[in-house]
Design a protein around this ligand. Structure first.
Ligand SMILES: Cc1ncc(COP(=O)(O)O)c(C=O)c1O
Length: 383
């Protein structure tokens, strides 16, 4: 079976020279790789490979960046979600409320923890519609997992209020949302935990996989430190049989290097997004989510809703712009969800967004001239 599954990943990270304006930018971004390699050389000389000094330093720096007391580095964003669920005791027979308009990993983490994902529809802003959450809570609900999609914070006051009243932890999928803020508060400190990814295409990216959990709870942080490292309290004492999902020390070196740049990366993305917003808002076939002043969006993706989406994507691709679809099929309609019993029409907004949303390249190497080029093409497409 596995022999039949094509490895489609390497091509996703390659800058495609057929495109003038790429979604991927790793070659440009790591043009300073020698500096990182030099730091890695020192790790190799120390033999400091698992949970080494660089991980410890990165966790402290990330906690400070995210406005939380603790940050626990793990193997990926998916593991950050999965281990956070486990740290809150979520397992077989439990339910976790989330959105169907997300990446597979949100649901994968819930299912691999043994729980059942319970979907509520997204709103027009791409995020979970908080007004629908309460009606889905049962005695089996053990967590609510909002996703700050594209780096836009969910309406956390309302979601945290539901969690507090019903005594249900909020485990946020903040994999797109490093440095995002809600009402002036850093997203990492809202709810019980927030989970971040350092996947190569994320805003803070490493040379492979990496993730982290941000929390203000010393108890949750301690559980996560056990769960990510075989449940070991010391070399000879295993408190709980668990997992091996440590943030790799070599990846922590890359992450610390990127931490120095995250401010300017974020600023470029925000500037590019606002530039697009201004130019595209007059096109009647395009609808841009309302930008609220209480949300600091960090634009992991610049996603808009548009008419004739597939044709527009083809047109942009043919004209050298790597426009992408995130994602064409919502989670409740994926083959993996067939046993959950959902059907077409159950979540109309998520389904509409999946059909009509397009993402334009927005990263820090996109220049104003690139934005103008994309804008002109879109204006031309809609006549
Ligand atoms: C919304 C969301 N959640 C979770 C993940 C999982 O992160 P990772 O790839 O680091 O496991 C991703 C992306 O990769 C994501 O986009």
């Amino acid at each position: 079976m596995t022999d039949l599954i094509e490895n489609f990943l390497p091509s996703q990270y390659r800058q495609n020279d057929e495109y003038k304006i790429n979604h991927n930018y790793l070659r440009d971004q790591f043009s300073d790789k020698d500096q990182i390699l030099e730091k890695i050389r020192r790790v190799v000389e120390r033999g400091d490979f698992t949970l080494g000094e660089e991980v410890d330093l990165f966790e402290r720096e990330f906690a400070s960046l995210s406005g939380v007391k603790f940050a626990v580095g793990v193997g990926s964003g998916t593991d950050a979600l999965f281990l956070s669920l486990k740290a809150h005791g979520v397992g077989p027979g439990d339910e976790v409320i989330t959105t169907p308009f997300t990446f597979y990993a949100t649901i994968g983490a819930i299912v691999t923890a043994g729980a059942k994902p319970i979907f509520v529809d997204a709103g027009e802003d791409f995020n979970i519609d908080y007004s629908l959450i309460e009606s889905k809570i049962t005695s089996s609900t053990k967590a609510i997992m909002p996703v700050h999609w594209s780096g836009r914070p969910c309406e956390m006051d309302q979601i945290i209020d539901i969690g507090a009243r019903k005594n249900i932890p909020i485990i946020s999928d903040a994999c797109h949302a490093i440095k995002a803020e809600y009402k002036g508060n850093k997203i990492g400190g809202l709810g019980e935990v927030a989970c971040f990814s350092f996947h190569p295409l994320k805003n803070l990216n490493v040379w492979g996989d990496g993730g982290i959990v941000a929390t203000n709870s010393s108890e949750v942080a301690a559980k996560l430190r056990l769960l990510r490292n075989h449940g070991l309290a010391s070399r000879d004492e295993c408190q709980v049989f668990a997992y091996n999902s440590r943030l790799d020390t070599i990846q922590a070196v890359v992450a610390r290097h990127m931490l120095e740049k995250i401010e300017s990366i974020t600023e470029s993305r925000i500037n590019n997004a606002h530039y697009f917003d201004e130019a595209l808002s007059s096109i009647t076939q395009i609808s841009i989510p309302h930008r609220h002043v209480h949300l600091k969006e960090v634009f992991h993706l610049y996603s808009i809703v548009c008419e004739r989406r597939n044709e527009l994507q083809k047109f942009l691709n043919q004209n050298g712009v790597d426009a992408k679809i995130h994602y064409p099929v919502p989670m409740h309609l994926q083959p993996a969800a067939s046993h959950l019993g959902y059907k077409q029409g159950d979540f109309p907004i998520a389904e509409k967004l999946s059909k009509n949303t397009i993402s334009l390249p927005v990263h820090e190497f996109i220049t104003k001239a690139d934005c103008d080029h994309v804008i002109k093409l879109i204006q031309h497409f809609y006549g």
